[in-house]
Design a protein around this ligand. Structure first.
Ligand SMILES: *[C@@H]1O[C@H](CO)[C@@H](O)[C@H](O)[C@H]1NC(C)=O
Ligand SMILES: *[C@@H]1O[C@H](CO)[C@@H](O)[C@H](O)[C@H]1NC(C)=O
Ligand SMILES: *[C@@H]1O[C@H](CO)[C@@H](O)[C@H](O)[C@H]1NC(C)=O
Ligand SMILES: *[C@@H]1O[C@H](CO)[C@@H](O)[C@H](O)[C@H]1NC(C)=O
Length: 155
């Protein structure tokens, strides 16, 4: 961590010293200092993909625990859906490399589906890979990378 901070200080010092490089390295700096957002809606359904129009008809899954797991099941972050089934993670890009988030991380719902609908299975946890939807720029420099669940399913 100390060496990362030191690196950033050197990078910033280099950028201050050479204003031309600032424009060229703006993308790199944004990539380094931006945040990664993961936002989604969880539905009380077996294999509900995000569908804005039909989503109005499908009951959401409130109060469900959602974990971001990477590698062999390491919990990187966790949150709980709100009353509308909405959940959101904000991740530090210095600790979460985007390519590995997309390739080797999953959202795992640790609350069984039977909690929101007794007719649905009580075993097996809903899981989804992550999907990149794009970048937004906040405050001119801070890049926000937006990820959504690719679609929740039982394994
Ligand atoms: C969700 O949790 C809140 C606070 O614990 C509780 O008041 C609410 O009734 C719960 N909602 C559902 C649908 O379980
Ligand atoms: C990450 O990759 C390993 C090995 O390919 C695999 O066993 C594991 O299930 C993957 N983890 C996630 C969360 O995708
Ligand atoms: C859940 O969060 C979303 C996004 O922040 C918000 O629009 C919605 O009103 C929230 N629902 C409840 C019941 O708090
Ligand atoms: C509960 O799940 C069953 C089976 O999928 C479905 O037919 C039923 O409509 C669901 N109930 C509610 C209240 O969503």
């Amino acid at each position: 961590m100390a060496s990362t901070k030191l690196f950033l200080i050197f990078l910033l010092a280099a950028l201050i010293a050479t204003p031309v490089a600032l424009a060229q390295l703006g993308g790199l700096l944004g990539g380094l200092l931006g945040l990664i957002h993961v936002d989604g809606v969880l539905y009380c359904s077996l294999n509900r993909k995000i569908d804005v129009i039909n989503g109005l008809n499908t009951p959401s899954f409130p109060n469900a625990s959602v974990q971001l797991q990477c590698g062999a099941g390491n919990v990187v972050s966790d949150t709980t859906t709100n009353g509308s089934g909405v959940f959101s993670f904000v991740l530090d890009p210095l600790q979460n490399i985007l390519s590995s988030l997309l390739s080797n991380c999953s959202l795992v719902v640790t609350t069984p589906l039977s909690t929101c609908n007794a007719s649905l299975p009580s075993v097996g946890l809903l899981q989804s890979h992550l999907q990149l939807v794009g970048n937004t720029v906040s405050g001119g420099l801070l890049r926000i990378v937006n990820l959504i669940p690719a679609g929740f399913q039982l394994p």
